[in-house]
Design a protein around this ligand. Structure first.
Ligand code: SAM
Length: 211
């Protein structure tokens, strides 16, 4: 049962635990069991966590999109998102905290120019995220929902609140705090302890009540 604070210490056997920045399959499972969407679409599918959960729950035709060739090299900035999902789950990069494309990263030999995790400038990252969030909103059917999992970021001592800075499309129906487990900050001792380490993410659920 989903409540406004969620915590999944164990991520389950879904997707690939080695893919950095992956999320727990139990979160997606809880969303699907709660909303029971007829058509489920996932953006930023990454290592396939959502794909594995959806197949386990019997979703034969759910759609899972990622720039990673494992999920069709689908570019959310430039490609057209299929219309008509009742629930979209999206899990974008948290700015450039974990880099995805390119040698030594999660996939591919080179950085992809539209990989959000390689955008250096914060404002550019936010505008690209806005473009994708608007496209997701437009692709949802009426009364459908977009559940976005995103974390705020601290860089060189400055706090960046992605959820505050990005545009919101649709009516905010729930703001859920997800406890983060095994974060680098939780294992690290900081010499200057003049800030509070971030150990949570946000799951925002937007409903599309009108076009
Ligand atoms: C936080 S990860 C998603 C992890 C996933 N939920 C999992 O459990 O494995 C973010 C993903 O965004 C993808 N990505 C970055 N820019 C993209 C773009 N323009 N279009 C589609 N996917 C993109 C990356 O390839 C990466 O897999």
């Amino acid at each position: 049962m989903i409540k406004s604070i969620i915590s999944y210490p164990y991520r389950g056997h879904y997707g690939d635990a080695r893919y950095r920045g992956n999320c727990s399959g139990f979160l997606i499972k809880d969303l699907l069991n709660y909303y029971k969407p007829k058509k489920f679409l996932e953006c930023f599918a990454g290592s396939g966590t959502g794909f594995d959960v959806a197949r386990e729950l019997g979703y034969k035709n759910s759609i899972h999109l990622d720039l990673n060739e494992k999920f069709g090299s689908f570019n959310l900035l430039t490609d057209k998102i299929p219309f008509g999902a009742n629930l979209v789950f999206s899990h974008p990069p948290y700015w450039d905290i974990v880099k995805y494309s390119g040698q030594g990263n999660e996939w591919g030999n080179r950085k992809h120019k539209d990989d959000l995790s390689h955008v250096v400038d914060y404002n550019e990252f936010i505008s690209k995220l806005n473009i994708i969030n608007k496209k997701i909103f437009d692709s949802i059917s009426i009364n459908g929902r977009h559940a976005i999992l995103i974390g705020d970021v601290r860089k060189k001592g400055k706090y960046y609140s992605i959820i505050k800075d990005m545009d919101w499309y649709g009516d905010l129906e729930s703001h859920i705090i997800k406890v983060q487990h095994n974060t680098r900050s939780s294992n690290k001792r900081y010499s200057n302890n003049n800030f509070i380490p971030i150990e949570h993410e946000h799951l925002l659920i937007f409903k599309k009540t009108r076009i």
